[in-house]
Design a protein around this ligand. Structure first.
Ligand code: ZN
Length: 269
């Protein structure tokens, strides 16, 4: 860590700790406060890329709630549910906050404790996403994953109007869906994808996102599509050829195949 001074317009000179050397040309500075700490992020342009040596390996990735990541190579990386683990600590910190008198110093300090719990979970998630994306970019030249915006569309609950009562809707499992969305958030999907994309770009790797439609119902061996192939949440058994696998790994293999096809058609154009 380097101690240096930085000049901010309108504020003047401030002391700052540099966590890493700047590369490229600095364009914009953002100042952010997290709890009692202040962070500066410097946006740079023309940052030199650092291409990695090709590994000649390709991978398809299924992003799930239960297993954070399943790969076409048959690897399952369990997602850590940091938010879930921190819940009881956070709840007790919140309870303590309730006992403090409004406007008191003790209350102010307890507010900081609550904020620190939140920040810890946030940092743990970010750290895990950084490590996983780095590992994937180091190991593979070509990474295929599901297009998350399409996934979200597929999963958005639709309201069915109740024929008996005008203007009201039948139960559609929206509350259950909200629970699922929370788990998705806990798994830190979006963050993983964005970290993966920028690391891949800098390393000269290719990331393609494919339409996730049918990737969980298609047999990776014989390409037979049937909703009945999916025995349950975990297992896949093809009704035609009898191929058995973990459902997420089977899906990851389909995602890789779809990614390759997409890449081939892009090259042909
Ligand atoms: Zn099959």
């Amino acid at each position: 860590m380097q101690h240096r001074r930085l000049y901010l317009l309108g504020i003047g000179e401030i002391k700052a700790n540099y966590y890493r050397p700047l590369s490229g040309e600095a364009r914009a500075i953002t100042v952010k406060r997290e709890g009692t700490k202040w962070w500066l992020s410097v946006q740079c342009v023309n940052v030199p890329t650092m291409p990695l040596v090709p590994t000649c390996c390709e991978v398809g990735i299924d992003l799930g709630v239960k297993n954070q990541v399943a790969t076409s190579e048959g690897e399952i990386k369990k997602g850590e549910h940091f938010g879930f683990k921190a819940q009881s600590k956070l709840a007790s910190a919140r309870r303590k906050l309730g006992t403090k008198q409004r406007g008191s110093n003790r209350r102010r300090r307890q507010v900081e404790v609550v904020v620190r719990h939140h920040l810890k979970v946030k940092n743990q998630r970010r750290n895990a996403a950084h490590q996983l994306s780095r590992q994937l970019v180091n190991e593979y030249d070509f990474i295929a994953l599901e297009n998350l915006t399409i996934v979200n569309m597929v999963r958005a609950p639709k309201g069915k109007p109740d024929p008996e009562r005008e203007g009201s809707y039948l139960p559609n499992g929206a509350a259950k869906k909200a629970g699922l969305n929370r788990s998705i958030h806990d798994a830190g999907w979006g963050q993983l994808v964005s970290l993966l994309s920028y690391k891949a770009e800098s390393a000269g790797r290719t990331v393609v996102s494919v339409n996730p439609r049918f990737t969980s119902q298609t047999c990776a061996e014989c390409h037979y599509v049937d909703a009945g192939n999916r025995v349950n949440q975990e297992d896949f058994r093809c009704l035609k050829c009898g191929h058995c696998d973990y459902a997420d790994i089977n899906a990851a293999r389909n995602i890789l195949r779809a990614g390759r096809a997409l890449q081939a058609s892009a090259c042909a154009d």
